[in-house]
Design a protein around this ligand. Structure first.
Ligand code: PRP
Ligand code: URA
Length: 209
């Protein structure tokens, strides 16, 4: 069963509140998303297994722990997911990055795929799908389906702001995928935007409106 992890660390809540403000421009919006992504990454990777190795410090021999197990792939959903990649790469610099391009049809609100480029060995990796907004859940659910078609079996979803509708859809479609989010907002409006949300994440990141 999929677990919902709400990461409500005070630093994350503080930075997210500034992202929500309509006066916050693209430069600050990008920087805040980058900082939050790194903070969230700390929790998203918390269950990574470790193994013991023997080393020598300048003082003596010691048994210490390093990360073991599968390698990591980060998969942003274009465009807005791009804003969450660097924060995670700061934590896991050797991760590979795949890209899935989806946009929401403005009339039906259903996702339309326009791009997909994934690492060749993606099925051997722990995959962290990133997108700031989980609204209807259509985009995230389709991206996860695509990854499963490529053989991925260990997938987690990291998003900034979620609507209850989107959480329900991803959990129903993908009960094996845990969701990490900084906030669960109230609802969707008639245009399937998250309320109160932060508006259109892609436009706010890149100044396209
Ligand atoms: C936004 C957002 C998600 C999607 C969420 O992308 O970044 O990918 O909408 O909505 P959903 O949960 O209802 O599918 P958008 O389609 O606006 O594309 P963009 O990132 O290129 O702006
Ligand atoms: N996409 C966004 O960027 N924001 C929303 O609130 C919903 C979908």
């Amino acid at each position: 069963m999929s677990t919902l992890h709400v990461i409500d660390h005070p630093l994350i809540q503080h930075k997210l509140s500034y992202m929500r403000k309509k006066e916050t421009g693209p430069k600050d919006f990008r920087q805040l998303l980058d900082e939050i992504s790194m903070l969230m990454g700390y929790e998203v990777t918390r269950d990574f297994p470790t193994k013991e190795i023997e080393i020598e410090t300048p003082i003596c021999k010691a048994t210490v722990n390093i990360i073991a197990g599968k390698k990591v792939a980060i998969v942003p959903i274009l465009r807005a997911g791009l804003g969450m990649v660097d924060g995670l790469l700061n934590l896991v610099p050797v991760a590979k990055v795949g890209h899935i391009g989806l946009y929401r049809d403005p009339r039906t609100h259903l996702p339309v795929e326009y791009y997909c480029k994934l690492p060749n060995d993606i099925e051997e990796r722990v995959v962290i799908v990133v997108d700031p907004m989980l609204a209807t859940g259509g985009s995230s659910s389709d991206a996860i389906t695509k990854l499963k078609e490529h053989g991925c079996t260990n997938i987690r979803l990291m998003c900034l702001v979620s609507a209850p509708e989107g959480i329900r859809k991803v959990q129903a479609d993908h009960p094996d995928v845990d969701i990490y989010t900084a906030a669960v907002d109230e609802k969707l409006n008639e245009n399937a935007y998250i309320v109160p949300g932060l508006g259109d994440a892609g436009d706010r990141l890149y100044g396209t409106k």
